[in-house]
Design a protein around this ligand. Sequence first.
Ligand code: NI
Length: 190
Amino acid sequence: MIRNIIEIGNPALREIAKDIPIEDIKSEATQQLVDDLIETMYHANGAGLAATQIAVPLRVCVIEVNQNPRYPYKPDIPLTVLINPVITFLSEERLSVYEGCLSVPNVRGEVERCPEIKVRALDREGAEIDITVKGITAGTFQHELDHLDGVVFIDKVKDSKTLCTLKEFAEFHEDQFRNTVKQIVEHYGS
Ligand code: NI
């Protein structure tokens, strides 16, 4: 079922989500929640969607990038379901990247992201996931995991002058950012 994506200003977006007990992962309710997240993400052309964005305070998010029309420059990411994810930063380095969010419609802004992270989580079958994620894709993962702590990307925009609407992003910043993305992808492989 396609769920309503809540937007900034809705207090539920700021809730710190709770772990899903392992014994609940295979329950009908959890499986339905995962299906709804995937369906809603596809419907909205999102690169990812966290349960907090549909006002469900549980630690689960989905990510997929497949020639995404909202982010045509993003490298592809296969469909990934992360339950109870834990992140480890593997680098002191930070990349400056423009981000957007389905819960902050029509806005882009520049945030700093770690270019190399390790994510441990469970998949929808309850199997362990232990992956290292790099580059632009690492930023996408950090964005989704932040949602589970009630953090929205605009909280991390250091220079509010980088905030822009989609229209002005396309006109004034997208070309340069595409070059930045190209360099990041060349360097990190994603
Ligand atoms: Ni978001």
